[in-house]
Design a binder for this molecule. Sequence first.
Ligand SMILES: Cc1cc2nc3c(=O)[nH]c(=O)nc-3n(C[C@H](O)[C@H](O)[C@H](O)COP(=O)(O)OP(=O)(O)OC[C@H]3O[C@@H](n4cnc5c(N)ncnc54)[C@H](O)[C@@H]3O)c2cc1C
Length: 259
Amino acid sequence: MPVPPIVPLHHQPALPLDHLILRDSPGPEAIEMDVAIVGGGPAGLACAIELSRLLKGAQESGQAVGDLNIAVLEKAESLGEHSLSGAVVNPRAFRELFPDTPVTDFPFRQAVPGEAVYLLTERRAQRIPTPPTMHNKGYYTASLCEIVRWLGERAEETGVNLFAGFPVDALLVEGDAVRGVRTTPSGLARDGSPGSGYTEPTDVTARVTVLAEGTRGLLSQAYREWQKIGSPNPQLFALGVKEVWETKRPLDRVVHTLG
Ligand SMILES: Cc1cc2nc3c(=O)[nH]c(=O)nc-3n(C[C@H](O)[C@H](O)[C@H](O)COP(=O)(O)OP(=O)(O)OC[C@H]3O[C@@H](n4cnc5c(N)ncnc54)[C@H](O)[C@@H]3O)c2cc1C
């Protein structure tokens, strides 16, 4: 029997908007930035690198643009720790982001040498022609956490401020505008009261706040709900399992299976 799609709208408890969208003024110790990017995954880091690149280009062409203070706030203790996927990567975005870098310097393992698709039944694996959408010619195998660490290094080289170990808890808003973010306090006791190693939350103010939290980002969901931004195409989710295999020698193909 076909399983009906899981639509979070019907299965997720109501978002605690009063916790996620705060009208508080930023604290006196707030860190002032021009751009605050929430999430140090590929999207957040690419955003920071591209912004720096555009700014440098404008400065070099003599435009009267000042400097930009860009911050990336990542909840993992170090970049890449929350990046668990990645296997085959299309290098196009890397070429656009780093036009002067040879592909051999990108954080890839190897070019995809070949591929095979198998239909699995209870007893056998039947090889089938590779469907057009599964062709990986010209792509590379890679580890997402290695990619993220590499992007983090490139971002830091361009002067981006990386704050790892800073989970963002809430958006700080004034009227309809987002003025920055507040991080999660640390060292709370089980009942939520300040424990022995308690550290106050940090406020980061910014002219522009970018949400790059990845799939099911709470702040992005809260922002859309607060601003009543609907979608005729709600996100759908499935459960996946990842296995990491150690092979005796490098594989000579990417293998897809279905069935
Ligand atoms: C099982 C699996 C396999 C995949 N395989 C491939 C593949 O082979 N090739 C491919 O190209 N893509 C693959 N993808 C897709 C790829 O992983 C995503 O497209 C990519 O990671 C999206 O990048 P992102 O930066 O938008 O989000 P993410 O990679 O999810 O990064 C978001 C970051 O934001 C941080 N964050 C979230 N909330 C907060 C917060 N409140 N405060 C601070 N930080 C926060 C997270 O810790 C995380 O580091 C796969 C995905 C999955 C799940």
